[in-house]
Design a protein around this ligand. Structure first.
Ligand SMILES: NC(=O)C1=CN([C@@H]2O[C@H](COP(=O)(O)OP(=O)(O)OC[C@H]3O[C@@H](n4cnc5c(N)ncnc54)[C@H](OP(=O)(O)O)[C@@H]3O)[C@@H](O)[C@H]2O)C=CC1
Ligand SMILES: N[C@@H](CC=O)C(=O)O
Length: 412
């Protein structure tokens, strides 16, 4: 009998309970193991009394430390107290399954080492891409590759917001509220909309793919809070959609890593990803491009990944665990490749701005009622440093109020 404790009974935790209950008989038949949920930790027991298994609820972690469980599932979120609890459980030689990307991005290396020292497993498939199986395929099935790049939509909430703004003309606040109601957003949705959640996921993926520690705090991070209807309209005009894209590339020993809104061709594989779906394109030297796609957030999709980790632990109890390389990667914040950028200038000095932008080899101007007092140009530069120089020059022109840029990658 495998005994499981679940820390958290929110969106994901209640999904895990549901999937375990639905699969108890199947598991018994398939792998000859019976599993049971021993305890469920919450902050406020009263909130959960109408849920199934409410007899297993506790608000006291000591009840779980003292329980004889085999696997602890952490789906509370955040660093404190999850970090301390997991360390204590690892020292008690309990296997851990977590969906907590904040924790893995910050302390994954230390926790994986502790798991190894204690002869137990720590799995976190749900921490990247929700229900998409990505970490195990990346570290096992694709282990024969050196990876060149990762291009990915890694946050369901922001993709949902951008899709609703694009398709239904919904405004940002309304779309965010909707995403929260559907259980996609983090307890503090700033993590989603400011791009931190995507950056943490990109750091986990990149650390595994390049076998160097990609510290999420060193990644260039720009969220979607600045995206307005005019950006979305402009993207449409050039056949694109705006996506919050995590990009990492290994080039000349450095790793470029960023999370930022990008205009991608609406018919490209990434451009077609809507709502809470995520998509991850890996470029490996042996396999070439491979794409993973599915629901990146939500109760049952995420619980599906958590459940897969539980079964993996039960089936492969003695398998060795890969650790994170602690050697810090040199992270490049500026995009080093030639690409186009939308540059949007708010000004009462359109004439001067157009003259300045006319210097570019390729440019595209669109001035109409919607973009009153604005000049929008599509420019192509060799790298991001050159773009930044150009933007600084534009900002110095009298009566320029704001200059904003969005990367345009077209096909992806
Ligand atoms: N939602 C999603 O789509 C996805 C979420 N994740 C990750 O999964 C984790 C859980 O997310 P989600 O289910 O959405 O979060 P919720 O906020 O819905 O649920 C959190 C649960 O943990 C409990 N909890 C929180 N802090 C404590 C504490 N200090 N002591 C005891 N119990 C605590 C809460 O108890 P109470 O209810 O009593 O307050 C609640 O039951 C997070 O790490 C998140 O990033 C990963 C992929 C997708
Ligand atoms: N808030 C996250 C949840 C899954 O990781 C998201 O929206 O992707």
């Amino acid at each position: 009998m495998i005994s499981i404790a679940i820390l958290g009974h929110g969106v994901v935790g209640s999904g895990v309970v549901e999937i375990i209950n639905n699969n108890i008989n199947k598991l018994n038949e398939k792998i000859g193991e019976e599993i049971k949920i021993a305890k469920i930790l919450v902050r406020d027991v009263k909130k959960h009394l109408n849920k199934v298994n409410s007899n297993l609820l506790t608000d006291n972690i000591e009840d779980i430390f003292s329980e004889n469980v085999d696997i602890v599932v952490e789906v509370m979120g955040g660093i404190d107290p999850a970090y301390d609890y997991i360390k204590k459980f690892l020292n008690l030689k309990k296997h851990i399954v977590t969906a907590n990307k904040d924790l893995i991005a910050k302390h994954g290396d230390e926790l994986l080492d502790m798991a190894k020292e204690n002869g137990v497993r720590l799995h976190f498939e749900a921490s990247v891409g929700g229900g998409i199986p990505i970490l195990r395929p990346l570290s096992e099935c694709l282990s024969g590759n050196n990876f060149n790049s990762i291009n990915a939509i890694l946050n369901g909430t922001t993709n949902f917001i951008l899709s609703r703004m694009d398709k239904d003309n919904m405004d940002y606040e309304e779309a965010l509220k909707y995403a929260q109601e559907l259980g996609f957003a983090e307890a503090n949705p700033e993590s989603d909309v400011m791009g931190y959640d995507s950056a943490r996921k990109l750091s986990i993926l990149s650390t595994i793919a390049y076998n160097e520690k990609v510290n999420w705090e060193k990644i260039h991070i720009q969220g979607i809070t600045d995206i307005d209807k005019n950006d979305i309209e402009f993207a449409k005009k050039i056949g694109c959609r705006i996506k919050l894209l995590g990009i990492s590339k290994k080039e000349n020993g450095n790793i470029y890593a960023s999370v930022r809104p990008v205009m991608v061709n609406k018919d490209s594989s990434i451009g077609k990803i809507e709502d809470e779906f995520n998509g991850i394109v890996l470029d490996g030297d042996a396999v070439g491009n491979v794409m993973f796609y599915g629901k990146g957030a939500g109760k049952l999709p995420t619980a599906s990944a958590v459940f897969g980790d539980i079964v993996d632990i039960i089936q492969n109890n003695r398998q060795k665990l890969a650790c994170f390389n602690k050697k810090e990667a040199l992270i490049q914040k500026n995009y080093q490749n030639k690409c186009k950028w939308m540059v949007r200038v708010k000004t009462e000095n359109k004439h001067e701005i157009m003259k300045e932008l006319a210097d570019f080899e390729k440019f595209y101007l669109d001035i109409n009622k919607e973009f009153k007092n604005e000049v929008i140009a599509l420019i192509e530069v060799e790298n991001e440093e050159i773009l930044n120089e150009k933007i600084n020059k534009l900002k110095k022109i009298p009566n320029v109020y704001d200059v904003k840029s969005i990367m345009v990658l077209g096909d992806n």
